[in-house]
Design a protein around this ligand. Structure first.
Ligand code: ATP
Ligand code: MG
Length: 268
């Protein structure tokens, strides 16, 4: 069997092939011992390749010797594989944006990637601010609660400013994230509304930085990956809508969160 692992700051992503079957599994990085035990016990003489910021720590916990590879190259390889598998054309010269704990932006051309930018706004920001604002800690609870929220209670839209007048840009755009301050002292928004706005803020920042980078590099397609998009339709929708507004083509791959792990597996 072959095992590819992307050991990130928050999650350990594992992609494996055994006989004819293949699968994916993830663990919290803080549960690294559990991940290591599963890898050691569930596979018979596996070949292992690890990437990601915590690859060295994880490798040191395994009795089986493991290869390590450079994360950005592995991620590119994984994206290429998944795109082919899902019959998605990325074209020549595309951007990939890894929305992980933080966000990293890469330009791919001629089979090579170059890191062109990034932002500290990412999945960690969602977890951290969600906790500080609402006290919630569980990822799935946060994302599900946000699904019922109304950003209109928290964010100021362009049309809120241009009362009665015709705005020079779409009234539907966000004028100020979390900016509906006039209403706040008397009526604190519900947790659902706050979390919906938080996801909106993260999505809009990620898109603004990414589409500017795409324009700068003359790229059309932007592939968004990373576990921050997992089970989070609100973030995906925000990213999709705003990327299209900026005239670029957003692409989401099934199992995109496992791109690094798949690339590590393919390096074996
Ligand atoms: P980095 O690449 O920046 O080192 P990472 O590889 O660990 O970090 P990802 O796994 O791509 O990052 O994404 C982590 C984010 O995914 C979290 O910050 C959170 O927003 C989201 N997430 C999705 N599922 C979970 C989960 N079960 N538990 C915690 N966070 C989750
Ligand atoms: Mg990562």
């Amino acid at each position: 069997s072959k095992i590819g692992i992307d050991a990130g700051g928050t999650l350990i992503k594992v992609a494996y092939t055994e006989n004819e079957s293949a699968g994916y599994r993830s663990f919290r990085s803080r549960d690294m011992d559990e991940a290591a035990a599963w890898i050691e016990n569930d596979f018979d003489h596996p070949s292992i390749c690890i990437t990601g910021g915590k690859s060295k720590v994880l490798a040191s916990k395994l009795h089986t010797s493991a290869m390590t590879v450079v994360e950005f190259d592995a991620t590119m390889k994984g994206i290429d594989f998944l795109a082919h598998e899902q019959e998605r054309t990325l074209g020549d010269g595309y951007l990939f944006v890894n929305v992980g704990t933080g966000t990293s932006i890469h330009y791919v051309i001629d089979g090579r990637q170059e890191r062109v930018g990034g932002s500290g706004i990412g999945g960690g920001t969602l977890l951290g601010l969600a906790y500080l604002l609402t006290g919630m800690r569980d990822y799935d609870t946060i994302v599900q609660t946000a699904g019922d929220g109304d950003r209109g209670q928290v964010d100021l839209k362009v049309r809120d400013i241009f009362e009665g007048a015709l705005p020079p840009i779409s009234g539907d755009l966000t004028a100020s994230n979390f900016g509906k301050t006039e209403m706040m002292p008397g009526r604190t928004p519900a947790n659902a509304d706050i979390l919906a706005s938080l996801i909106g803020l993260i999505g809009e920042v990620v898109v603004t930085v990414s589409t500017n980078m795409a324009a700068h590099n003359n790229a059309d397609a932007i592939v968004y990956i990373g576990s921050s998009l997992r089970s989070n339709p609100l973030l995906q929708e925000t990213i999709e809508t705003y990327t299209k507004l900026a005239g670029k083509t957003p692409i989401f791959l099934d199992n995109g969160a496992y791109s690094g792990a798949v690339g590590a597996l393919l390096s074996l």
